[in-house]
Write a protein that binds this ligand. Structure first.
Ligand code: BES
Ligand code: MN
Ligand code: ZN
Length: 500
């Protein structure tokens, strides 16, 4: 994978490599692009006519070795109707550009960041375009030893984004680069296989955030036993690899004792189902059952890198769910950290057991303003919402509305699901305070109610990311199995509502 270097520059006339021109509706060119077109004897506009290229958003036209110039190519990228373009569109346009540059194995490219008729591209839009390039540029090829295609790829790709607002764009991009770093960290963790990413290895990687100024505290099995994380330990006891709970603390608020916000992630590094073992087909995907924990880790990378003015607590419960002579059985009753007892009906409903103890610990220890948890919790949410929206469950209308807005702004969409006493009673147990499944119907809702019983009435939102966190939808900014879902959403939530 080539190393991407992004730079922002004043408008320049590109002389070599790939020149990228943005083309608005009705095949309209910007000023610099029109000059370039004249230089190459009208090859761009003639190309549009011959290929009936109109500048539709996301479409491309590739003009190879244009005459009267040393350029390798001119890449025209459609941006559609300029007045309609949102932040998410600019990110997408960046993704489209990087996708083509990767296909070209380009070493150098210059993007003419301009609109039609001499209009400028705003710094924010330019920075969003750069973010799209960065996100699409991510690859995971650590375990490929026979790099046939990649051998021919350049070591480095220099992308220059040339436009009037370059100073502002560079400044606006700094925060986005911090977020992109967090997204890519989350993707690395989600794709990393289970044999490599044990709970201990995940914790070691999380600890690296200390370099960015995040306080990281790691609790091992002994400590968790002493504290009484009975629900989490029940899940972990069938695995040869011991659990960890990692706490992140980011204190960026002006007043050091401002009440923190809290993010909690399910980190099941591999979910075999345990004794209630899963079918073989597709089980390999369960290496990604820690996407919630990955998103929280990526979020803290982003918050620290961009020095977010917020006090935030992160907590991830890291376990492996395996069948073994010592594994938890259906019918077992465990005592959670909260003191509430849980009858285990299905050992494959393990994520909620992990979250139960971590949520209780966080509300009790840190008294947060609210808690948001992320978890690849139920297959049922895939049935309900597919892969486009994550399921949102919340005890707070305000938090739910803000999450929905941040979702619209970032394209990481959430859909609020119902909750209520009729659902809650489905997890009452005959032999314990509750049971860990509520039957097939409304499976995502009863799972949410289970977690809610451990929030101690602290305002809370739960994001079921089983559909969005892994085996992700292919988009112009993600062509991999893991999109790093949630990092951009939660960073935006913090930035828009909770910074001082
Ligand atoms: N990790 C799974 C949920 C999951 C399924 C995530 C598909 C991603 C894709 C979770 O631990 C699980 O097994 N849930 C069960 C719950 C059931 C036993 C009540 C499920 O959804 O089937
Ligand atoms: Mn499971
Ligand atoms: Zn699971």
């Amino acid at each position: 994978m080539p190393q991407l270097t992004l730079t922002f520059a004043k408008p320049i006339a590109p002389k070599h490599g790939v020149a990228v021109v943005l083309v608005a509706d009705a095949a309209t060119l910007g000023r610099e692009a029109a000059t370039l077109d004249a230089e190459v004897g009208g090859a761009i506009t003639r190309g549009f006519a011959k290929a009936t290229f109109t500048g539709k958003l996301g479409s491309t036209l590739d003009i190879v070795a244009p005459g009267q110039s040393d350029l390798d190519r001119i890449l025209a990228v459609g941006i559609g109707k300029v007045g309609d373009l949102k932040s998410t569109d600019w990110i997408r346009i960046g993704g489209v550009i990087e996708g083509k540059l990767a296909e070209f194995k380009a070493e150098a490219a210059t993007v003419l960041a301009e609109l039609a008729d001499g209009a400028e591209l705003s710094p924010g839009d330019t920075a969003d375009l750069a973010l799209g390039i960065e996100l699409r540029g991510y690859t995971f090829d650590r375990y490929k030893t026979k790099k046939k295609d990649e051998d021919r790829a350049p070591k480095e790709r220099k992308v220059t984004i040339a436009g009037e607002g370059q100073a502002g764009a560079k400044k606006a991009y700094a925060a986005r680069a911090a977020v992109a770093g967090g997204v890519n960290l989350a993707r690395d963790l989600v794709i990393e296989p289970g044999n490599v990413l044990s709970p201990a290895e995940f914790a070691d990687r999380a600890e690296k955030l200390e370099k960015l100024g995040v306080e990281v505290e790691i609790m091992g099995e002994k400590e968790l036993k002493k504290l009484g994380f009975g629900a989490l330990l029940g899940v972990s006891q069938g695995s040869a690899r011991p659990p960890r709970v990692v706490i992140f603390k980011w204190n960026g608020a002006k007043s050091k004792d401002a009440q923190p916000v809290a993010f909690i992630g399910k980190g099941v590094v591999f979910d075999s189902g345990g004794i209630s073992i899963k079918p073989a087909a597709g089980m390999e995907d369960m290496k990604g059952d820690m996407a919630g924990a990955a998103a929280v880790t990526g979020l803290f990378h982003a918050l620290a890198k961009r020095k977010a003015k917020v006090n935030a607590i992160g907590a991830i419960g890291l376990v492996e769910n395996m069948p073994d002579g010592n594994a938890q059985r259906p019918g077992d009753i465990v005592t959670s950290l909260s003191g509430q007892t849980i009858e285990i009906i299905n050992t494959d409903a393990e994520g909620r057991l992990v979250l139960a103890d971590v949520v209780w610990h966080v509300q009790e220890t840190y008294k947060p303003k609210w808690i948001i948890d992320l978890a690849t919790l139920t297959g049922a949410i895939l049935v309900a919402l597919g892969k486009t929206y994550a399921g949102l469950f919340s005890s707070s209308d305000e938090l739910a509305e803000r999450l929905a807005k941040a979702g619209e702004a970032t394209g990481e969409l959430v859909w609020r699901m119902p909750m209520g006493a009729d659902y809650d009673k489905l997890i009452d147990s005959s032999f314990a305070d509750m049971k860990n499944t509520g039957g097939r119907h409304g499976g995502s809702i009863t799972a949410a109610h289970f977690i809610k019983r451990f929030t101690n009435d602290v305002p809370w939102a739960h994001l079921d990311i089983a559909g969005t966190g892994m085996d992700s939808t292919q988009t112009d900014t993600n062509k991999l199995w893991a999109s790093g879902w949630g990092v951009r959403l939660l960073d935006r939530l913090v930035a828009d509502y909770y910074e001082e």
